[in-house]
Design a binder for this molecule. Structure first.
Ligand code: APR
Length: 243
């Protein structure tokens, strides 16, 4: 039997839910309380930048509270990266920094990062202060109004898609953790991984629109499912073969 050498892992808001960060589409989620068109599109930012700055300033403020810390699922994935004999890549749709705070190094933030801002003139990326808005002068051009959240909005291209696609095609095992699988292109990553011959496994609180397309499914809370799954992987108890 071949061994698992390359693992790619897609994470979504569900992995951070137990750290106290709202998901998007669950009851009382971010999109139940805000209009996507207003706060998560380039057009919304053009129409009402102050609303968009405020939305992300509030979320950044929440993320910086002492009680928001990585949970056992983030910690387990970081342990997997440290201890697994092959390669582990986490591709996250999350804009929080909980994976890196847990110690994850090989990490792609495909939808951007809440703790960063970007100059629209130079495309330079900076660590974001707690609050910034249309009056904040940009560190590179000194212009007010040139800074935007370093977030991929609807209608924009996620980051590092070429690398993501080649890593997925090259993986032996693909895990999808805590995502509703409703947002393209992350919603089809399982397909690229399967094309490359990977076994595909979904770990989520509930079944999703994509569940029956995965080779295996596990349902439960990420903080409870992921640590046990990682221990099984590290001890060689997960077979790369599709049963
Ligand atoms: N453990 C595991 N899964 C959970 C947990 C938990 N504790 N809590 C919720 N979930 C699951 C939900 O059942 C749901 O299927 O996590 C999923 C979260 O789905 P969404 O809220 O749609 O979040 P996500 O899939 O990350 O959204 C994708 O949409 O709006 C955009 O850019 C935003 O990156 C985001 C993208």
């Amino acid at each position: 039997m071949e061994n698992i050498k390359n693992i790619t892992i897609l994470t979504g808001a569900g992995i951070s839910a137990e750290s106290g960060i709202s998901t998007f589409r669950d009851q009382n989620g971010l999109w139940e309380n805000h209009e996507i068109e207003d706060v998560a599109t380039p057009e919304g930012f053009q129409r009402n930048p102050e609303l968009v700055y405020k939305f992300y300033n509030q979320r950044r403020f929440q993320l910086s509270q002492d009680n928001i810390v990585p949970n056992p699922a983030h910690m387990a994935l970081a342990k997997l990266e440290r201890e697994f004999s092959g390669s582990v890549l986490v591709i996250t749709q999350n804009v929080d920094d909980l994976h890196e705070r847990a110690g994850q190094k090989n990490l792609i933030h495909m939808h951007g990062e809440l703790m960063k801002m970007r100059c629209v003139a130079s495309n330079k990326i900076y660590k974001a202060p707690n609050f910034f808005d249309g009056d904040t002068p940009c560190p590179c051009c000194q212009e007010a109004g040139n800074l935007r959240p370093h977030i991929v909005w609807f209608g924009e291209m996620p980051f590092q898609m070429d690398k993501i696609q080649s890593e997925l095609l090259n993986s032996d095992l693909f895990l999808s953790i805590g995502t509703s699988a409703l947002v393209y292109p992350a919603s089809i990553f399982y397909r690229w991984a399967a094309q490359g011959g990977a076994k595909t496994i979904e770990l989520n609180l509930e079944s999703t629109v994509a569940s029956d397309r995965f080779d295996e499914n596990f349902q439960g809370k990420a903080s409870e499912l992921v640590p046990g799954f990682v221990e099984d992987l590290l001890s060689g108890n997960i077979s790369p073969e599709v049963s």
